[in-house]
Write a protein that binds this ligand. Structure first.
Ligand code: NAD
Length: 466
């Protein structure tokens, strides 16, 4: 979809005009390119002083596997962990050096005084982050801290990270990862996602990583040998999800309504996937999915992406618009999941990802039906995640909540509202379907067993509901 203003400010005259008028200056975001290293520049690591070395050790191992160029400040105690992982870190002494990634291990932050170390680390390099850079802070979940001083200090990190996301601009993202004590071995997929270009339009997010199965993953094809079903796969975000899952090695069963047959066949054909023409609200949708999955020995993931909008203010909304949106966006997901669980269609370690929306978090004028359905999706994910955690079969469920993504759905929004939605975020631009797809591929990875019950916004840190 076209973003004329975004294109205009890429020109030298456009840049000058926008700067002089104080208008948003969106930059072209780094995105996945085959053959490019995962981390496209050097990484500066820091850590708060303390006894617990577990996060530092895991981070060092992961960066060594990524062959990243690592810098540290002189006296940082992360030096030993890096050396143990075989990384000879360079000293951050040249004030001309720029960094693609700033990563701070805050797991040892235990009180307000300790927060000063977070300030000190980021303050001195705040102007030295490259375009599309990454700021990552790793802490401990505040709700798992018995000590009030430690809990408040860990919770405080959220305000810091979200503010950095709003300040740094130039496509730089900021994230907070809360890793449970003892779950550090499960950081791999999350760190790889957040340090890379794959997380282009994800910013200001707080993600919780808990203990999960450790699996050996071929990072070149992490979804190799997996069968994954995507609903609404004929176009827009669903098409992008199908393409990215296939790129990562999965066989994708592409599902859409019979009216979309031609487009669906085109997408499935191009990614060597299969098609399933089903209306997800139909009585036998679960059975039809089960039958298609059975031919491939069951499902490793189901991505509930299909969704519709039928906007009207509440006073003007007829019953049919309410019923339709609630039925497609919410009731059908709950019903299909129930069928898949009851009939053992999902394999052990299966991944479920549901597409919600920031409308479901913030609410939106003219969208009582849509926002209700999308908030319900988050409720479904929360409740199912608790059950899965108790079941101990390795299954996880998470949600993504896209903001303004350039698709046919957003192209239909009136110009002024569309332009506001596009700019009111830290990236000053809309996201692309691939940004949602990359986020889903991360949550669907066999290495993401520690992620359960998260709702990750793919919204460029939209101001709505933040
Ligand atoms: P889209 O309209 O381009 O695609 C939706 C797809 O779902 C279509 O292929 C459609 O045929 C299919 N579908 C609709 N009803 C179906 C049914 N009953 N059975 C099977 N398939 C059905 O929309 P999109 O922008 O790609 O949105 C995809 C998802 O992302 C939706 O859940 C949407 O609510 C969500 N979302 C989109 C945005 C955005 O900015 N585009 C923002 C937030 C959330």
């Amino acid at each position: 979809m076209s973003d004329r203003y975004g294109d205009f400010v890429q020109s030298s005259i456009g840049k000058k005009v926008a700067k002089n008028l104080g208008l948003p200056l969106p930059v072209t975001l780094d995105r996945f390119e085959s053959g490019q290293p995962l981390v496209r520049g050097s990484v500066l690591i820091g850590s708060a002083t303390g006894e617990d070395k577990r996060v530092g050790t895991s981070v060092a191992r992961i960066l060594s596997e990524l062959h990243a160029e690592v810098f540290i400040n002189n006296d940082d105690n992360v030096k030993d962990a890096l050396a143990d992982a075989g990384i000879e870190a360079k000293a951050n002494t040249n004030t001309e050096d720029k960094f693609k990634v700033l990563l701070f291990d805050a797991s040892n932050v235990r009180n307000v005084d300790d927060l000063k170390q977070v300030y000190e680390f980021f303050h001195q390099v705040a102007r030295r982050v490259e375009k599309s850079g990454r700021v990552i802070v790793i802490g401990r979940p505040p709700e798992e801290e018995a000590d009030i001083d430690a809990a408040l200090a860990q919770r405080a990190l959220e305000g810091f990270v979200k503010s950095v996301g709003k300040e740094f601009k130039r496509g730089i993202t900021a994230q907070l990862i809360y890793v449970s004590a003892g779950a550090e071995q499960n950081l791999d997929s999350t760190l790889r996602f957040f340090t890379s270009a794959r997380s282009a339009y994800v910013s200001g997010q707080v993600v919780r990583v808990q203990a999960g199965a450790e699996v050996a993953v071929d990072w070149a094809q992490p979804l190799g040998g997996k069968t994954m079903l995507v609903t609404g796969a004929s176009r827009g975000i669903g098409e992008a999800i199908a393409r990215v899952l296939a790129r990562e090695g999965a066989h994708v069963i592409c599902l859409d309504v019979p009216q979309q047959q031609a487009d669906l066949q085109k997408v499935a054909g191009e990614i060597s996937g299969s098609t399933l023409m089903v209306d997800i609200t139909s009585e036998d949708a679960g059975k039809q999915i089960a039958d298609a999955a059975e031919k491939r020995g069951g499902l490793d993931a189901v991505i509930h992406n299909a969704g519709v909008t039928r906007d009207k203010t509440l006073a003007n909304m007829d019953e049919q618009k309410w019923d339709m949106v609630l039925n497609i966006n919410l009731a059908s997901i709950a019903k299909i999941n129930r069928y898949l669980f009851d009939h053992y269609v999902l394999k052990a370690d299966a991944r479920i990802v549901c597409v919600s929306s920031i409308s479901g978090i913030a609410g939106n004028l003219g969208q009582t039906n849509y926002a209700t359905s999308k908030a319900g999706v988050i409720g479904l994910v929360d409740a199912t995640a608790k059950q899965l955690a108790d079941n101990d079969n390795g299954m996880i469920i998470n949600a993504v909540a896209p903001g303004f993504i350039e698709t046919q759905m957003t192209e239909a929004i009136p110009f002024a509202i569309r332009e506001a939605g596009r700019r009111m975020n830290s990236m000053s631009q809309g996201g692309l379907p691939i940004d949602v797809a990359e986020t889903i591929a991360w949550l669907a990875s066999p290495a993401s067993g520690g992620l359960n019950g998260n709702t990750v916004r793919v919204c460029g840190q939209s101001l709505l509901g933040a």
